[in-house]
Design a protein around this ligand. Structure first.
Ligand code: DP6
Length: 333
């Protein structure tokens, strides 16, 4: 049966950066994110004997077996799905993002959350939200969190088989609609180092990885508490510090992993200056050059006005806490 699902990207406030098990996609630490509103992926899947080989089309581009994108991401995931569901049919997958792919905007998170959900419906697997979160994790770690809306925690879990490594909603999207994220796009190019490779290099070579793991639990506690109390400075300041710690790890990997460009640095300096001008603004940055500015509704106009003076800014997207994954009636083929 043909089935479609929509999922939104999520942006981490406490980052996931490093795997303790690469095959099962198990993280070294828990993480917390906000599911965005409107940075969506729509995916349609159909398993059928009429397909002689798997077909995967993302944003109009066909990815073939043998390419890195296909083999390392979708190919591994589909093999796992067939093994797990005991269904041996080939599949056609068409997926469309409404935002730039692979430039540090969590496209794989939305992509695998939508894909897992569409597969669940199409194969009639009857998976619960928790099981979907575990399935999405096998595609991309951060996808485990995009199953849920609002603010979400991915619990790293302790078990070797990964059965306790899944996401849980902290609060739904309606709990804190004043929480805003302004995504400053500083480059629309594909990034050179994928998160997967960047994090593996960091875990292996950064002398500070151990220090990161020692401090991350405190960040998780503060961000979770801040979300529940709607304490903006507690959440946003901790998120900014956590992001800088993650980038310090990347920079101290050998060879170093640096995702920032001059626009990234220009926005960082601006956000830091705005604090002195009375705006309550903070930032977070993922494995890419885009800067996500965190602020409350009351400061949105002030930020937008000031963003006009940033030279190396290509575009902005304003988002807020959004919904979890859902089935779509519209099919892409
Ligand atoms: C910096 O989930 O893209 O965005 O699990 O290898 O697919 P894989 O990596 P991915 O990494 C996301 C890294 C991050 C932080 C985060 O989202 O928590």
């Amino acid at each position: 049966m043909k089935a479609s699902a929509v999922a939104d990207a999520n942006i981490a406030l406490v980052k996931y950066w490093g795997k303790r098990n690469k095959k099962l996609m198990l993280p070294h630490n828990s993480s917390i994110s906000m599911t965005t509103d409107g940075l969506s992926t729509l995916t349609t899947v159909e398993f059928d004997k009429k397909y002689k080989e798997d077909i995967f089309i993302l944003n109009g581009n066909k990815f073939k077996k043998g390419s890195e994108e296909y083999d390392e991401y979708i190919g591994v995931f589909l093999n796992f799905v067939r093994e797990f569901s005991k269904i041996n049919l080939k599949v056609k997958i068409v997926s469309q993002n409404n935002f730039p792919s692979t430039a540090g905007l969590a496209s794989s998170a939305a992509g695998f959350a939508a894909l897992a959900t569409a597969i669940n419906k199409s194969l009639n697997l009857g998976l619960s939200q928790t099981e979907l979160s575990i399935l999405a994790r096998r595609g991309s770690g951060s996808a485990t969190r995009s199953i849920f809306g609002g603010f979400v925690e991915w619990k790293k879990g302790e078990r070797e088989d990964g059965s306790d490594s899944f996401a849980e909603q902290i609060v739904p999207s309606g709990y804190w609609p004043e929480f805003k994220m302004i995504i400053g796009i500083t480059s629309k190019k594909e990034k050179k180092i994928k998160s997967r490779a960047g994090m593996a290099q960091t875990v292996k070579t950064s002398p500070y990885y151990k220090v990161w793991l020692e401090s991350v639990n405190e960040d998780l506690k503060k961000v979770k508490e801040g979300i529940l109390e709607r304490n903006f400075p507690l959440v946003a300041k901790t998120a900014e510090e956590n992001c800088l710690k993650m980038h310090a790890l990347m920079m101290t990997a050998r060879p170093s992993v640096i995702y920032w460009n001059k626009g990234t640095i220009e926005i960082i300096h601006s956000v830091l200056n705005w604090k002195g001008e009375g705006l309550e603004t903070y930032f977070t940055i993922d494995a890419g050059p885009q800067v996500k500015i965190l602020c409350l509704e009351k400061d949105i106009d002030g930020v937008r006005k000031r963003l006009r003076d940033i030279e190396n800014l290509k575009d902005i997207i304003i988002t807020k806490p959004g919904r979890g994954v859902r089935i779509a009636e519209k099919h892409l083929f």
